[in-house]
Write a protein of this length. Structure first.
Length: 95
């Protein structure tokens, strides 16, 4: 993980993390039997939203190793000048 952490910028890690997380969410929903594209999209948005990610982060942070926590901190939504209109800036930074 350190090699990856040192190779990519924080923005690149956040970008890749968002893509991986969305793929996992989509796979999860398809596994539940969702097949309608519109429904899949709306359900996936609920899972991958910044507020949902912030809630999950609060739950898993105590379980991370120090190396994993360092990686999380580098890839979270820091340094962005704009946030979503549907989330508080503090939540966005946690996600």
């Amino acid at each position: 993980m350190n090699e990856f952490n040192n190779k990519y910028s924080a923005r690149a890690i956040a970008y890749l993390g968002d893509a991986a997380y969305e793929l996992l969410a989509r796979e999860y929903l398809v596994g539940l039997g969702y097949s309608d594209a519109g429904r899949l999209s709306s359900e996936a948005k609920k899972i991958v939203s910044a507020s949902a990610q912030a809630e999950i982060a609060k739950k898993i942070l105590p379980l991370l190793t120090s190396e994993e926590e360092e990686f999380y901190k580098k890839g979270r939504n820091l340094g962005h000048s704009q946030t979503s209109k549907n989330i508080r800036p503090t939540e966005y930074r946690v996600a």
